[in-house]
Write a protein that binds this ligand. Structure first.
Ligand code: ARG
Length: 410
């Protein structure tokens, strides 16, 4: 009996060539294309393409809400930017794709999963780490990595098997996208001294073309997550899509980043994440008035760890779960609204309010007569606050040289 295999399918050349290749190896191929909000992709065409190339079944699964509510949400709450820049676009979708693929494999008695990652990227690690965690018995095929085709060989194989080859395929970009943004690498971008040409971008306008009037976005948050945009209640996936359009029009969210991959290579990436940039800036701003001082200063330590775990393929791990419980606790009182100004590639929080949870007290902060801060208490605070350092200096005279010399003369 021929064995069934479930292939993570995007409709692009690599995963399309994988269909006849896996068939030649004796598999019956079931393709799964997960809709995580890829920009401008026709899912029905992708589905048909796989069938035409010989898949015995071609599934398109809508994962947009799952992706927004259970994956993107964690990045928002923990302000997660890898190396301070990358909002984890691709890293986030991998565990969800595998969750769905493993389910399809079990339902169809398939004992192998295939993915189209190369051997040089992080995605192979994320795919395979999730497969091992969810089903250690599951076998894995990675044709693009393991067969090590050159571009010419791949094109030749594609022609032989009637797989359509896109024009300009000799120096292509490698693109991955979802609701949360778009990642673009390879081709001309491989030289970090090459400025990314305009055709590398799809979600954002060049600043030269952005409107001369700003747009404003009022984003309302509940428990650290956006729930409405300009007073219109929206589910997270829709809110992100809407903001991608408005912020993209203003050229917001272009990121040009040379990043450290898990597998040791430095790579130059062009990201576009318009909505992510706006939402994360707003979220951080709301935390500034709702998180207590010590908590606000401690939280970035956990955020940093969570960010690395996501990037480094550890979505399914007890540390990740435990740290997210901490983050969820911190978000219980992150409620309120932030007004964002979108203009010429920049997004700025220009006003914020939190009716129930604002810790900002005008009475304490004001310099007018409405002041309720006890300034007498401030003088005593300084004495006690500096006491340990004062005692140390009086004993050791590190900074008060004159006295220090007298000290050594004695
Ligand atoms: N470097 C990013 C990451 O590791 C993006 C990878 C995107 N994949 C792609 N085929 N372009 O998460």
């Amino acid at each position: 009996m021929t064995q069934k295999i479930v292939l993570a399918y995007s409709g692009g050349l690599d995963t399309s060539v994988a269909i006849p290749w896996l068939q030649d190896k004796g598999y019956q191929v079931i393709t799964v294309c997960l809709n995580v909000g890829q920009h401008g992709k026709q899912m029905d065409q992708i589905q048909q393409k796989a069938l035409k190339l010989g898949a015995i079944q071609s599934l398109v699964i809508d994962g947009q809400d799952d992706f927004a509510e259970n994956y993107v949400s964690k990045v928002i709450k923990s302000n997660a930017l890898y190396e301070g820049e990358y909002p984890l676009i691709s890293a986030l979708s991998r565990p969800l794709i595998i969750k769905k693929l493993v389910k399809v494999a079990h339902e169809n008695n398939a004992d192998t999963i295939a993915h189209g990652s190369t051997g040089k990227g992080n995605d192979q690690v994320r795919f395979e780490a999730a497969i091992h965690a969810l089903d250690p018995e599951m076998k894995i095929e990675a044709p693009i990595r393991d067969f090590q085709w050159s571009r010419e060989e791949e094109i030749e194989y594609a022609h032989q098997h009637k797989v359509p080859v896109p024009i300009n395929f000799d120096s292509p970009y490698s693109i991955d996208e979802n609701l949360w943004g778009r990642a673009n690498e390879a081709g001309i971008l491989e030289d970090p001294w090459n400025q990314a040409p305009e055709d590398a971008f799809a979600l954002t306008q060049a600043i030269e073309k952005t409107p001369d009037q700003p747009d404003y976005a009022d984003i309302e948050f509940k428990n650290g997550l956006p729930v409405s945009l300009n007073n219109k209640k929206m589910k997270l996936a829709d809110l992100i899509k809407e903001l991608n359009k408005t912020a993209g029009k203003h050229g917001i969210g272009r990121i040009d980043h040379v990043e450290n991959r898990l597998i040791g290579i430095k790579s130059r990436e062009i990201y576009e994440a318009p909505a992510a940039k706006v939402i994360m800036t707003a979220h951080k701003d709301l935390e500034d008035i709702t998180l207590e001082h010590d908590l606000a200063h401690f939280k970035p330590l956990i955020e940093n760890e969570i960010t690395d775990l996501i990037y480094n393929a550890m979505w399914i791990s007890p540390l990740f779960d435990a740290l997210n419980s901490f983050i969820d606790k911190t978000q219980e009182l992150v409620n309120g609204c932030v007004k964002m100004k979108l203009f010429k590639g920049n997004v700025t929080a220009v006003a914020r309010k939190s009716e129930k949870n604002s810790l900002y007290s005008k009475e304490l902060a004001t310099y007018t007569s409405a002041n309720s801060f006890d300034e007498q208490a401030a003088a005593g605070f300084m004495k006690l606050y500096t006491l340990p350092a004062t005692v140390f200096e009086q004993v050791n005279h590190i900074h008060s040289k004159a006295k220090a010399q007298i000290g050594t003369e004695q």
